[in-house]
Ligand binder design. Structure first.
Ligand SMILES: Cc1cc2nc3c(=O)[nH]c(=O)nc-3n(C[C@H](O)[C@H](O)[C@H](O)COP(=O)(O)OP(=O)(O)OC[C@H]3O[C@@H](n4cnc5c(N)ncnc54)[C@H](O)[C@@H]3O)c2cc1C
Length: 414
């Protein structure tokens, strides 16, 4: 017997969970959204970070007008990077206005309940009987540490998402493995905090994004393609703005898209900050790691086979996130075993539903199905709309909620 009941339980209050909750509540469903709003952003991204995504591509999804990042900050220009704190505050404002009652706790177990639904257990011990569960747990559970670095103690090797405050590395030699924005920005922020960072990357050289142009001539527009939430270009526009079509591509093409769209590169505004305080070794892969008394000896090899041993006190793996249902321990082992997966990620319907009726996945876990936009905030509105409208078709309808926002916001008829 459960303590309470709800039409939907959403695990995770990041951009995807909050957007989905906003759409569902607007449709009049009883929704419990579990998690502190924007927790991953506030606690697992480095203090002092700026967003890579442009302001127009950094909005949560809402059924009403007035809730986009650029509505909240109308003067924010293209090419003006958003500080982490500003984005967290926007997400929390969105939660406060659009979703009454987020719950600052965690989902610790999801299992089959009586009938067709689920029993969701919270860290408070409360159990909820829910028809539907949306796993919007983001990237955190999928932090990827490469095999060469795996299994070492966390005081020697950690994932970039383990850190918010980098000041604890002041005075230390720290290797940062990776060549993407997260690696490069972590290295810069480490240097700012008084550490001695050393970027080690497999890529032959670092890549940098260019400054977005606010105004483009018709010729440039025709040649370069439209601007979209993932960047400029005809194909990029398709992946960013039409994720529903991506799902119809052959699996191998989608895999390639997720891997190769937006390859590791730093933002243009970060380039000058990656100065001579930061050592950079490109074209090197880690071949061997030996634990020493006060750190690690990293042996790296370049393309010609030349070896180099570097001694560091800590390694930060800025090596990304790989979706894998097996790592979602909040879902009971029995249920996880019944979710159809491909390369670890859930196989999803056009409405983000897994092979288990009533169990949905949003965010990174949906990227192998809907493409690279699911790795970014920009995909949240699409995911939220699809999920909400599918759930409402399956659930007996109640009176539409008179949410706190209803009086001040007009319906968004997009
Ligand atoms: C360093 C870094 C920089 C990034 N910069 C950008 C950027 O500039 N622009 C962009 O679009 N994307 C960026 N991303 C990607 C970004 O993480 C995703 O776009 C975004 O967070 C997706 O939203 P989400 O809701 O899926 O995930 P999240 O924001 O991770 O939210 C999921 C939430 O679920 C919570 N949660 C997990 N498990 C449970 C549980 N069992 N119970 C309850 N809650 C749970 C987590 O605490 C988390 O708060 C960046 C990622 C990193 C790591």
């Amino acid at each position: 017997m459960s303590d309470s009941a709800s039409d939907v339980v959403i695990a995770g209050a990041g951009p995807y969970g909050l957007s989905t909750a906003a759409h569902l509540q607007n449709l009049g469903l009883g929704v419990r959204i579990i998690g502190q709003p924007m927790r991953f952003w506030a606690e697992n991204m480095p203090a002092g970070m700026y967003l890579k995504s442009e302001p127009f591509a950094s909005s949560l999804g809402a059924p009403h007008r007035g809730m986009r990042f650029t509505d909240r900050h109308p003067d924010w220009r293209l090419g003006q990077p958003i500080p982490l704190d500003t984005f967290v505050a926007y997400g929390r404002w969105f939660a406060a206005v659009a979703i009454p009652g987020t719950e600052n706790t965690e989902v610790v177990n999801v299992e089959r309940g009586g009938g067709a639904g689920y029993t969701v257990t919270l860290s408070t011990g409360e159990t909820i009987a829910a028809r539907t569960v949306v796993a919007a747990v983001g990237v955190g559970p999928f932090a990827h540490i490469p095999d060469e670095l795996a299994g070492l103690p966390s005081w020697l090797v950690s994932h970039s998402s383990a850190h918010h405050e980098l000041g604890l590395f002041a005075g230390k030699e720290v290797a940062v493995v990776g060549a993407g924005q997260s690696a490069l920005e972590t290295a810069v922020l480490l240097a700012d905090a008084g550490a001695r960072p050393h970027v080690i990357a497999r890529r032959a050289e670092l890549d940098w994004n260019t400054v977005p142009e606010a105004r483009r001539s018709l010729w440039k527009l025709a040649r370069g393609g439209p601007r979209s939430g993932l960047g400029t270009g005809y194909r990029t526009w398709l992946w960013a703005e039409q994720p529903g079509l991506v799902r119809h591509l052959p699996e191998a093409t989608r895999d390639r898209l997720v891997r190769e769209t937006l390859p590791p590169a730093g933002s243009w505004w970060l380039r000058d900050r990656l100065d001579d305080r930061i050592r950079v070794s490109t074209g090197r892969r880690i071949a061997k790691v030996v634990e020493e008394e006060d750190g690690l000896a990293l042996t790296t090899v370049d393309r010609t086979g030349r070896r180099l041993v570097t001694e560091v006190e800590h390694v930060i793996a800025a090596t990304g996130f790989v979706p894998d249902v097996a790592r979602l321990t909040m879902i009971s082992p029995e249920l996880r075993a019944r979710v159809t997966t491909r390369h670890g990620a859930p196989v999803l319907s056009r409405d983000f539903e897994s092979s288990l009726q009533g169990l949905y996945f949003a965010g990174l876990a949906a990227a192998p199905t809907f493409g690279p936009v699911m790795r970014f905030v920009h995909g949240a509105d699409f995911a939220a709309r699809r999920i909400a409208h599918h759930i409402i078709r399956r659930t007996p309808r109640r009176r539409p909620s008179a949410g706190r926002h209803a009086a001040v916001l007009e319906p968004d008829v997009r």
